[in-house]
Write a new protein. Structure first.
Length: 228
């Protein structure tokens, strides 16, 4: 399949929007996000021993990294998720972790970060070259246990009324105290392309007292931006 021209420009558009540096990095094994190893920017960089201890704690198949920008800003929070799966040229999780940490602590800009992954992990230009394949809505770090709402799959028309109805039918997703809700735009879940599964999370909620509540205007803005 040819590279989609609109999505080929997505990385440049995101680079214009994401002008700060990520303030949280976290690793998860086999989608066990509730057990993620969370690293804050103002903390000391984990040592090689700490990395080895984390990786050897239990067996796993896929190591996942997440970069989080503006973690305390519900209007501008952004998350990039990349899987170290079988489609990556690099297969050593320890080297992968070191590359992820280098990009976190020595961060330059969004383009440099994604170019580093293309070159050092995937092995060729890949990130943001193809269309979004699916969109789900769930709760950050409770992606599977909260049971996500599957909002859209590739090839479907964007029906915002239907999406609103699906969310309103899930009150525990519509409003929650667990953590903030996010739209997850997923890439290469079909495995059709020569690269890993990855995704971006965008803000779609407001904090009201002790709960996060879906903001449909934010949600629809990002759906239109990335799918229309």
């Amino acid at each position: 399949m040819d590279i989609d021209k609109k999505n080929d420009q997505l990385k440049d558009e995101l680079a214009k929007i994401i002008v700060s540096r990520p303030d949280i990095l976290q690793f998860a094994k086999d989608r066990k996000y509730e057990e993620a190893w969370t690293i804050l920017l103002d903390q000391a960089r984990p040592t090689a021993k700490e990395i080895s201890e984390y990786l050897s704690k239990e067996k796993f198949g896929i190591l996942i990294v997440e970069y989080i920008w503006n973690s305390n800003d519900d209007d501008n929070r952004f998350v990039l998720t990349i899987f170290l799966d079988k489609k990556c040229k690099l297969q050593d999780p320890k080297i992968f972790a070191e590359i992820c940490l280098n990009n976190f602590y020595q961060y330059k800009d969004f383009t440099s970060l994604t170019d580093s992954f293309d070159h050092e992990v995937v092995g060729h230009p890949y990130l943001f070259k193809y269309k979004v394949e699916a969109v789900i809505l769930s709760i950050m770090n409770f992606w599977l246990s909260a049971i996500p709402v599957e909002l859209w799959e590739g090839g479907e028309n964007l029906n915002l009324e239907s999406i609103r109805n699906m969310i309103n039918a899930r009150p525990t997703i519509r409003s929650t105290r667990l953590n903030y809700q996010a739209l997850l735009f997923r890439f290469n879940v079909s495995g059709e392309f020569n690269g890993p599964v990855y995704g971006i999370h965008t803000p779609c909620c407001d904090k009201e007292n002790s709960e996060w509540v879906i903001n449909f205007e934010k949600l629809e803005k990002y759906l239109r931006l990335l799918l229309d």
